[in-house]
Design a protein around this ligand. Structure first.
Ligand SMILES: [Zn+2]
Length: 1211
């Protein structure tokens, strides 16, 4: 029935169409009736017809261009025997190229089921396939039957014979009985031969039975001209087309394309053409990625078809080379030319993944150029047998792979085998570098390639120094000894990595990623490499001029630019550090140092700083990991990789990239995308642990441990970082600084005077002891970070004098030489306002550090004069002392004192001090005064203020009496309380200190950085402090992290309490629309209002959770807000949210805005908090013992992680 409708539709092309390439090329790719093309190959309709044939189907064509054949009944099908996968696959695996035709001729092919018409077919038999075609001119068959699948051929009368395969039968009719018998005889003979060959092969290599090479790529593809997708398989040098996956499994296909005449071209996103001289196959894949894979597979197939097997045949002469060195697959036609192993295609793919530093993969058939006589001979000498004696000396059976292993299994095995060298036979000298190198030098002069192999892959350096000036490298030695094969082996392993077992994830070895290939060359001056730091200045005569090339990841230096053999080489992947020396550090103007992994140092020099910079950039670019490429843009003094540990997770050292530029250490941590700058002068601590093993850097937010994995480059880093972190000179900006850019020295002195000297009579006027001042100043200048000033140990007058002397001796005065005179001139301005604005202008011109320092100092003096009743130092007296000091005028210019006096008097205006800041200061002064009063009355010890703090709730048993020093923060207080109760602070336990206002029935969590003392002094009788968990913190943090921007708006219920007026006027709750941004809270009557009804600066708001019940809040999610304006007028109002989540979001936004985003301290700052708290009580002892070996350090940190304060108790 199908045949009937086909005749008209194809009648137009019944004329034989020539199938030349020109014909096909002339045909447009699109828009032509598909029938024309179908004629040259096979028709979709035939497939349709076959499709309707229930299997086992005897396929046939739907029409004959030779006219109708005699109608005959369809033959009866003989029962088909079940096929096996192996049988079916063998056909596809046969790759004999262009087998000669054994027999060909016209036969009638029996009609498909339901049809009576026999079709004339051109039938061709070769050693592998029985195929039939529409005509003898056709290149592509309508059907192919692998000879290997033919089980029997029988005569069935009427000149007919039947080809019986394992699963389908095909009936043909010859012209005569003689012809028929001839076909039967030939077919039987070929099939017989085939079977015995297959048997022989199976006996030869029992391990490989049933492991025929599978298709390189298979799957469904659309082929233009066909309604249904075809199953396509690329295998070896052929592409096979099947009607469906079942046929593919059975091995009986439509046709195959010999790829030696193929050409693949991408057409569009999913489409690609396979062009042959006979036909264009226009395929279309399901996706562009699929398409890429198909194109690649077909191109590979073409390459294979064009390859020649001469090399392979020669390599296979050695028995052990006939099976893959890794998995045992037969006929491996790939190789690793540095490892000298012959491998199968699938293993070759995994070898490639290891990178060329481990294995260099080449094809035996396609990479013809690489196969020199020497290399082929090397494969005879080493090859799979000798290589595996070394590499696979100890393979546990459970880890071995076989031809059926998956990609992952292969990858795991190959990494272990070649990258880690896990199964290798260790050379007796393993671990002894010098001995290994010496043995290598000896081995290369002999023919013992196995020894060279063992030495090389156990760590001998292929470029080690031989000590022989005539033959500086093993390669040269081998050459001198006429060892061609040794030379060949060394050459291929020039850049090979020594296998090593990695701790942790070996697959993520950072420098296994391909580094950018950088090329640079020119003459450089060079000294011999060294094993210790460059101690002394090198004279010019110590350098030799060398031609240097940086290429393919190797920096080579040659005697001159005409030499072909380098004197030596540095592999860029071995470089760990690159140092740009300061100009004229040596006898040549610009010099730089290269440190390599094996603890050697190379010193290079150049007369031109510009060229030196180019070299530096090129070398840096070649060895710095791409993820740290940001560092390359810096004007670094030193760049390289180091191991570090950070945070509280000290289990595993990570690899980071570091660059030092000025006083900033730029770090690309292993797990972060961007480089992070560490201001070394602002470090809180910098120390060395153990015997120069670990460098500890403590920054406000974190603690970083840099580990000295190698001595040579680490020592260089330590010295450079220490130098960069110290005071570089006698100007302000060269000092160690605080977070707010005030020299640490100044900060330390001011802090001390504030705590101990505010009420000391004649402070800053009394001179103190000269010798003590001198030594203290020297100590502070050297490393203010490590100096702790302590009451009893240091006299206030000595400290005060130290501060003055520091300013007087500054390299460029506080007001700078450039602007100093302008400040002095400003005192002449009579108009007060004009004078203030001039001071403000001048303040703006000062460098940041000077400005910050001036503000800190004047703020300090402002406080000092507030105590003039006790210390006798009013503004004028302070000005007389500080004017000449700060202007370095030695008292000759009275204007100096005037400037200081003005600055103190107009401190608030000139420095733009806002109310809040001012109020805070006043509170602090109040607190200090109260403290002093208490001290003088003898009730308390000086410097302490004892208050009651509750744990979790207000009850007597929960009472704790805590001494509160002026500097104590809420966070420190929290730790103090938890410590006393031995409470372990776990992660996500947000222990905080709350200020509870009983009268208002509201509470406020103190910000962790808030100073406690001023709060205590403001607490009314109905308020107290309690330490408890902040239950909503986590949700608030999640909310803040998830939202965009720092605003919030929405409806809330609002109620005002006008207790200011004393009216107690209650207006009830009303819906209002609020917008909270980073500066203001605005209230609108309704959503559509344009102008806010009220507006408050957020910083002046104090927000408490909860409200008085007697206000009858409409919901239980409310908060109370206190506001104090410039005139110290207080307002109080109430807000209510509809849901708890809403309340939380509003509250989180308030906290976020008020604290610049920092709601909760990071882990490491908590460490800091405790440390400084502990410092204040216990002096100079650190919370985490910073001295000690690594395990001590780890233990103490582990202890800290479980109970932050256990360590304190042990001190
Ligand atoms: Zn293999």
């Amino acid at each position: 029935m199908v045949a009937l409708h086909l005749v008209p539709s194809f009648s137009v092309c019944l004329l034989p169409v020539p199938h030349g390439a020109g014909q096909e090329d002339a045909e447009p790719v699109t828009g032509r009736p598909r029938s024309l093309r179908a004629n040259s190959l096979f028709s979709e309709d035939e497939l349709v017809e076959d499709y309707y044939d229930a299997p086992p189907a005897n396929s046939g064509s739907s029409w004959s261009d030779n006219g109708p054949s005699p109608r005959l009944p369809a033959p009866a099908f003989s029962g088909s025997s079940p096929g096996t996968l192996g049988d079916g696959m063998e056909g596809t695996a046969a790759t004999a190229p262009l087998s000669p035709t054994i027999k060909a001729g016209w036969l009638d092919k029996n009609p498909p089921q339901g049809s009576y018409i026999y079709q004339k077919r051109w039938v061709k038999l070769d050693a592998d396939y029985l195929r039939y075609f529409d005509s003898e001119k056709d290149a592509y068959s309508k059907r192919f039957i692998p000879v290997s699948s033919i089980s029997r051929v029988t005569s069935i009368g009427d000149q007919k014979f039947e080809v019986i395969t394992n699963n389908r039968n095909f009936v043909f009719r010859a012209e005569s009985d003689a012809d028929r018998n001839e076909w039967i005889r030939t077919l039987q003979q070929i099939a017989e031969e085939r079977k015995s060959k297959a048997l022989e092969r199976t006996l030869m290599s029992p391990t490989t039975s049933g492991a025929a090479d599978p298709a390189d790529k298979s799957g469904f593809l659309e082929l233009r001209g066909f309604k249904h997708k075809l199953f396509v398989a690329v295998a070896g040098d052929k592409v096979f087309l099947y009607k469906n996956a079942e046929d593919y499994r059975l091995g009986i296909g439509i046709t195959y394309i010999e790829m030696n005449v193929g050409n693949v071209k991408e057409v569009d996103r999913r489409g690609f053409d396979l062009t042959t001289p006979y036909r264009i196959f226009s395929f279309s894949a399901d996706s562009d990625q699929e398409k890429e894979e198909w194109v690649e597979a077909m191109q590979q197939s073409i390459a294979e078809a064009l390859s020649n097997s001469e090399v392979a045949e020669r390599i296979w002469v050695v028995e052990s080379n006939r099976f893959c060195a890794d998995c045992g697959s037969p006929k491996p036609d790939w190789a690793s030319i540095n490892l000298c192993v012959v491998i199968c295609k699938r293993c070759a793919g995994e070898h490639r993944g290891l990178g060329p530093g481990i294995t260099k993969v080449r094809s035996l058939k396609m990479d013809r150029k690489v196969w020199t006589e020497e290399l082929i001979e090397l494969f005879h000498q080493i090859g799979n047998a000798v290589a595996n004696q070394f590499w696979a000396a100890n393979v546990p059976p459970s880890e071995a792979i076989n031809p059926a292993s998956s990609s992952q299994e292969r990858r795991r095995f190959l990494i272990a085998k070649y990258r880690e060298g896990k199964y290798r036979r260790y050379h007796p000298l393993f671990g002894n570098q010098e001995e290994l190198d010496r043995a290598l030098c000896a081995a290369v002069t002999t023919s013992d390639l196995a020894e060279t192999q063992a030495l090389l892959f156990c760590g001998a350096a292929v470029t080690c120094a031989t000590g022989d000036p005539q033959c500086p490298t093993p390669l040269a030695l081998a050459e001198k000894s006429g060892q061609r094969l040794q030379m060949e082996f060394l050459l291929h392993n020039k850049n090979s990595e020594t296998p090593r077992l990695e701790v942790g994830t070996s697959e993520e070895k950072p420098y296994s990623v391909p580094l950018p290939s950088v090329t640079h060359n020119g003459f450089l001056y060079k000294t011999p490499s060294m094993a210790k730091p460059v101690g002394e200045r090198k004279g010019q005569e110590e350098f030799s001029r060398r031609w240097c090339t940086l290429q393919d990841g190797v920096l080579s230096y040659y005697e001159n630019d005409r030499n072909a053999v380098p004197n030596g080489e540095i592999k860029v992947e071995e470089i760990v550090c690159l140092v740009n020396n300061p100009p004229n550090a040596h006898g040549i103007e610009s010099t730089f140092e290269i440190y390599i992994e094996s603890e050697r140092l190379y010193l290079f020099g150049l007369e031109s700083p510009d060229s030196a910079r180019e070299w530096l950039k090129s070398i840096a670019k070649s060895f710095v990991h791409p993820r740290a490429e940001e560092l390359l843009a810096l004007d670094f003094e030193r760049i390289g990789r180091l191991h570090y540990k950070g945070g509280l997770n000290l289990e595993r050292a990570k690899e980071g990239w570091f660059a030092l530029a000025g006083s900033t250490l730029h770090v690309c941590f292993e797990d972060s995308e961007r480089q992070e700058p560490l201001q070394l002068r602002k470090l809180q601590e910098l120390s060395i642990q153990g015997d120069n093993e670990v460098l500890v850097l403590v920054e406000r937010r974190r603690t970083l441990y840099i580990q000295g994995e190698r001595k040579l480059d680490f020592l260089g880093w330590v010295h450079a970082i220490q130098k960069a972190a110290g005071s570089a000179g006698d100007t302000l900006s060269e000092q160690q600084l605080t977070e707010s850019d005030v020299p640490l020295l100044v900060d330390r002195c001011i802090d001390y005077i504030t705590q101990c000297g505010l009420t000391s009579e004649g402070i800053y006027r009394k001179s103190g002891q000269n010798s003590k001042t001198t030594s203290l100043l020297e100590m502070l200048r050297r490393d203010a970070r490590s100096v702790r000033l302590k009451e009893g140990e240091h006299q206030v007058d000595d400290v005060a004098n130290t501060l003055k002397r520091f300013f007087r001796d500054l390299g460029d005065g506080l007001f700078t030489r450039q602007w100093g005179q302008d400040w002095l001139r400003a005192t002449a301005l009579e108009d007060e306002e004009a004078k203030i604005s001039e001071y403000r202008r001048l303040l703006g011109t000062l460098p940041t550090v000077n400005r910050a320092t001036l503000k800190a100092l004047i703020n300090h003096l402002f406080r000092v004069q507030r105590f003039s009743g006790e210390n006798q130092m009013n503004t004028h007296n302070l000005a007389i002392v500080f004017g000449p000091t700060l202007f370095q005028t030695d008292g000759k210019d009275y204007k100096a004192g005037r400037v200081v006096e003005d600055l103190i008097s107009h401190y608030v205006k000139i420095f733009n001090v806002n109310d809040q800041e001012m109020k805070k200061q006043q509170d602090e002064i109040m607190a200090i005064m109260k403290m002093r009063e208490a001290a003088s009355s003898g009730t308390q010890q000086a410097g302490d203020f004892i208050c009651t703090v509750y744990l979790e709730e207000k009850k007597t048993e929960a009472e704790q009496h805590v001494k509160i020093p002026a500097t104590m923060t809420a966070e420190e207080l929290t730790f103090e309380i938890l410590d006393r109760r031995k409470i372990v602070m776990k992660e996500k336990d947000y222990w905080s200190c709350f200020e509870v206002n009983e009268r208002e029935e509201a509470e406020r969590p103190l910000h962790y950085s808030e100073k406690v003392l001023p709060i205590l002094h403001c607490l009314g009788t109905e308020s107290y402090l309690v330490v408890k968990k902040q239950m909503s913190m986590e949700n608030m943090l999640i909310y803040l992290a998830s939202r965009v921007g720092d605003c919030k708006h929405g409806m809330m219920k609002f109620r005002e309490e006008r207790n200011l007026l004393g009216l107690g006027l209650s207006t009830g709750f009303h819906d209002r629309y609020f917008i909270l941004n980073h500066t203001c809270l605005r209230l609108y009557k309704e959503v559509r209002s344009h102008k806010p009804e009220k507006e408050w600066p957020v910083r002046n708001l104090k927000v408490y959770l909860g409200m008085k019940k007697k206000l009858r809040p409409p919901t239980c999610w409310g908060f109370t807000v206190f506001y104090e304006n410039e005139k110290h007028e207080k307002q109080q109002w109430y807000l209510c949210c509809d849901t708890q989540a809403d309340l939380r979001e509003w509250f989180a936004t308030f906290l976020h805005v008020q604290n610049g985003g920092a709601l909760w301290p990071s882990e490491t700052s908590k460490v800091r908090a405790s440390r400084s708290q502990q410092d204040s009580r216990l002096g100079n002892i650190s919370l985490i013992p910073l001295r000690g070996n690594e395990s001590e350090m780890r233990n103490s940190v582990a202890a800290f992680a479980t109970d932050p304060l256990t360590l304190l108790r042990n001190v």
